[in-house]
Design a protein. Sequence first.
Length: 252
Amino acid sequence: MTMTDNIKKAGTGSLGENARTIGYALLIALVIRALLFQPFNIPSSSMVPTLLIGDYLFVSKYSYGYSRHSLPFSPPLFDGRILSGQPTRGDVVVFKKPTDNRTDFIKRLIGLPGDTIQMKHGVLYLNDQPVPRVRVEDFVARDNLGNVQRIPQYRETLPNGVSYTTLDLIEESVTDNTGVYVVPPGHYFMMGDNRDNSADSRVPSVVGYVPFENLVGKAEIIFFSTDGSAHFWEIWNWPSSIRWGRIFKWVD
């Protein structure tokens, strides 16, 4: 065997090793994404003030067990859930929108199976009882031009003690007054914290009741956040566009 042949053989071996290494890395990444944590970014303002546009967070896949929606593209490999864990009222949940079983939504779990839900003049009623809410300091929203908007903000506390803030962007909006919703068995009722700017379970044509199978995971921690003021190529503006105070913030 000539020196040239040895070099070619070594090169072929290196390519094979690299391919195997890449394959193993992709497999490990797929397993982590399917079974442990999935990254998720916030594209809308429906969960303000809890989550802002430009937040990047990890969703724990194991919190509620696994369904076909735990895997990329939701392949119909099995029905229901395996190793299932029950959601808790107040969890911030990523789920597949029931009307298409494809689009990822993120909202707060308000209603459990059998609960009755109603909104009256902006107040949430759970099983015929008003959920306590207390007015707190206004939420201050600033756009990229420096314009400021002050929005009434309330701290709401569910019966199990979970507490969070909601916004009241529009007084007496359409979704501030609703009929009574009765959550069916095996389903959940989801609402956005930005109550007047959220398509959620109050809108049956968009979301409606969410089947247990459609739950993807529980939002856990924000690992990165940007206000979007810097373009990708504006490296010099990256530091000022990052919301440093939100990095490694737990979602509650």
